[in-house]
Write a protein of this length. Structure first.
Length: 285
């Protein structure tokens, strides 16, 4: 919900209050339906359930109709087809070792300690090709994972890593303890995916044959908000940690290519073209 409204940092007090109200209504509806499913019919208030679902239908008709009225959504569609992902995957090896003379780039999606993975992707350029050398995903102690990832980064000659701009303040601090500089990446997760798909379709991306990565990319959904803006993300209850790390490293690699061709004046990336990223505010040398 906060993504639909432009991100948590942009919400007014009234918007936050409305989001909290909607979440409370959904929680109450779930409780009511649980009572009904467990046979406690007397605890189910059909009148209040109808009022609650009608309230959500007014707020987000497509989502609520699919959730509570079993209707197919017209505003949600699969974002990346499985055959597109499989066409980009190399058969082996799963991870490419470091090669001398190659400059590597990395992207992390900090997480761990819960259901989400803490993920790392490393890649490099081969001419116009964007090669993802490896993607790692781990759960557990974030500090311990950061220490291990720092070792992996250094083994590829990497001392700067990009990552989610919304990650907690502990992430840069923890990486700096291991001699790695953490830089928040420009753009949102949805914008990374929006640029990743055309690059994938153009045939310039090489992916590892990681089953988890494949499932996450194929499961991405494009949702249209009430304001007509597209949001690309995983489905409710699903995960996209490895997919986000890979999309991030591909964006970093593509940016390096565009820097070689253009003088970049800002980070207003808009779309992919064969020469790299097409961007607002770029002057060709």
């Amino acid at each position: 919900m906060t993504d639909d409204l432009g991100g948590v940092d942009r919400l007014s007090y009234s918007q936050r209050s409305l989001v909290e109200r909607a979440l409370w209504i959904e929680h109450w509806i779930a409780q009511q339906e649980r009572e009904l499913a467990e046979g406690r019919i007397g605890a189910f208030d059909a009148g209040r359930w109808t009022q609650a679902t009608n309230s959500l239908l007014r707020d987000d008709a497509a989502r609520a109709s699919a959730e509570y009225l079993a209707q197919f959504r017209s505003d949600v569609e699969q974002f990346i087809a499985q055959d597109q992902v499989q066409a980009a995957q190399r058969s082996k090896p799963l991870e490419l070792p470091r090669q001398e003379g190659i400059i590597y780039t990395a992207f992390v999606d900090p997480g761990g300690g819960g259901k989400d993975e803490y993920t790392l992707a490393i890649g490099h350029r081969e001419g116009d090709r964007l090669v993802v050398d490896l993607v790692h995903g781990r759960k557990g102690n974030p500090a311990a994972i950061t220490a291990d990832y720092a070792k992996t980064l250094k083994s590829y000659g990497i001392f700067r890593v990009a990552g989610d701009r919304y990650a907690g303040a502990w992430v840069p601090t923890e990486f700096s303890r291991h001699g790695i500089t953490y830089e928040p990446a420009p753009g949102t997760r949805s914008e990374l995916y929006a640029s990743f798909a055309p690059a994938l379709n153009s045939g310039v991306v090489e992916l590892p044959a990681c089953d988890v990565l494949e499932r996450q990319l194929v499961a991405l959904e494009r949702r249209t908000t009430r304001g007509g803006r597209d949001i690309i993300d995983h489905a409710p209850g699903a995960h996209d940690d490895r997919a986000n790390a890979v999309a991030g490293v591909v964006a970093q690699l593509a940016k390096k290519r565009s820097d070689q061709v253009f003088g970049v004046l800002d980070y207003g990336y808009s779309h992919w073209h064969p020469m790299g990223w097409a961007s607002r505010g770029m002057v060709q040398h």
